[in-house]
Design a protein around this ligand. Structure first.
Ligand SMILES: [Zn+2]
Length: 474
């Protein structure tokens, strides 16, 4: 039967001719309806995994017999590739070097790839749908967490790990009920349902079985609640041997004195940016170390999710200085995770949920301050410009005639970066990077759909209901 709108089919034709959808020859219009179900994405990911295993067999790269006892997923929220490059330069310049030659922790990882971040109804992802893909293997609608676009609840890899007897933990610099960490344990249609997300964290599976919970957002536990619950008290009641920390000092005391579960909530809302934090707020690397120490006590291994959540916030404010500093905090956490684990038994995967519009423009000389101006050239009107720019954001550097002004007087270590005017910075839709080391890390290479990631981790760790390395070894 002819479609009602022949014109839209004509528009689709070049796509149908040129675009290969892995394991699916259906027309796009039919695929969109299928994409609203969890089974579509779970089956699609298992096909991608099978393709990848076959490819490795053909190229002789499948010699890695190791199983991942421990899995650590580190997610940089809004960590675009430009952010990686600019943060690397900043890291080097902090060390008194030119900067470009410096290395981030992930540059020691043997494998890297790219992931496609679109969600079922959006070309550009938010953290909710992207983290749901990264943690449950199911792509969903913009703003949804832990459920398919149809609304069916889907399990996260954290739950698969618990079922296999592994310890589990989440660590973030945002509120613990914010979208990315919530995707490890919650099921909501809208990410704004944070009070319900908080309740799920303390009362429901798999949240109530978490061994380590570290981050911000104490308000959602008690003071902001409208249902009379005191989630902090509930946690104490169900974890009589647990240790609760509100500061770095208390976190250290928990490490020294306790073997029970660990809850640390270090701020009422998001934790402060590292650049603006008090000395008694733990850094992401402090929380990472405390979590690994606690989770390593389990002889069956562990799964842990660690988020550098405020890279994204710096970008939304178009304050590149904050975003890059938060990236360097994330880098330090990756270094800590590498240092405290054995690469032969621990799979470490580093990625982002989505990108941001930060660009690095022009032909600046080697060693140019990455948070400063291009000192070698000017724009067509002879006006100086900063190397880093955002495509869109609250601040702008146009005068009343619409001409660019020299932004130099407004630049400081954390100040805004000039951009086109809008309420705030926005996400962008291009692919993001993936880095992996440890057992089966060779599978994390090339370009992949974002929802493949938990299937690859589950394969390496022999957890979940899909194909696993242990099944292949039999
Ligand atoms: Zn964002």
């Amino acid at each position: 039967m002819w479609p009602k709108n022949l014109h839209s089919l004509m528009l689709l034709l070049p796509l149908l001719v040129n675009c290969r959808v892995p394991g699916n020859n259906k027309r796009q219009a039919e695929t969109n309806e299928d994409e609203r179900t969890a089974s579509y994405w779970l089956e699609q990911a298992q096909r991608q995994l099978a393709d990848r295993l076959e490819r490795t067999r053909v190229t002789g790269g499948g010699g890695d017999k190791r199983v991942a006892k421990n899995i650590i997923m580190l997610m940089g929220d809004g960590l675009s590739i430009t952010t990686l490059t600019a943060a690397r330069i900043l890291k080097g310049q902090h060390a008194g070097q030119s900067g470009e030659e410096c290395q981030l922790a992930v540059e020691q990882f043997p494998y890297s790839g790219l992931s496609k971040t679109y969600c079922t109804d959006s070309q550009t992802a938010d953290s909710a749908c992207a983290a749901t893909a990264c943690l449950t293997g199911v792509k969903t609608n913009y703003g949804s967490i832990g459920q398919s676009a149809q609304g069916a609840h889907v399990e996260s890899i954290l739950q698969w790990a618990q079922r296999a007897g592994k310890a589990t933990g989440i660590v973030t610099t945002t509120r613990l009920t914010d979208a990315s960490p919530a995707a490890t344990y919650a099921h909501v249609k809208k990410r704004t349902q944070e009070l319900d997300i908080g309740r799920q964290l303390i009362e429901d599976m798999p949240g109530r079985n978490l061994n380590v919970i570290l981050g911000g957002g104490l308000g959602k536990f008690a003071s902001e609640r409208t249902d009379g619950r005191d989630l902090l008290q509930q946690w104490h009641d169900t974890n009589p041997n647990g240790c609760f920390a509100r500061t770095l000092t208390e976190l250290h005391n928990c490490s020294n004195d306790h073997n029970g579960n660990l809850l640390g909530v270090f701020s009422d809302s998001h934790m402060a940016y590292h650049l603006a934090a008090s000395p008694d707020q733990p850094r992401l690397s402090d929380m990472t170390a405390a979590a690994i120490e606690r989770l390593s006590a389990n002889s069956n291994g562990y799964f842990m999710f660690i988020e550098g959540g405020r890279i994204d916030h710096g970008h939304h404010e178009t304050r590149a200085g904050y975003a890059l500093d938060e990236m360097l905090e994330f880098d330090a956490a990756i270094e800590t995770a590498v240092r405290l684990t054995d690469a032969h038994e621990t799979l470490i995967v580093v990625t982002a949920d989505h990108s941001h519009t930060l660009s690095m423009a022009g032909y600046a000389n080697r060693g140019t301050s990455i948070l400063g101006m291009d000192t070698s050239q000017r724009d067509l009107d002879g006006v100086p410009y900063s190397t880093l720019n955002y495509a869109i954001g609250k601040w702008q550097s146009l005068n009343k005639d619409g001409k660019r002004e020299n932004p130099a007087p407004h630049l400081s270590r954390t100040s805004f970066t000039p951009s086109y005017i809008h309420a705030k910075g926005v996400h962008s839709g291009e692919d993001v990077a993936i880095f992996a080391q440890g057992p089966q890390s060779h599978l994390f290479s090339g370009v992949m759909e974002q929802n493949l990631l938990p299937h690859l981790m589950a394969y390496a760790g022999c957890i979940g209901q899909g194909d696993t390395h242990c099944k292949q070894l039999k």
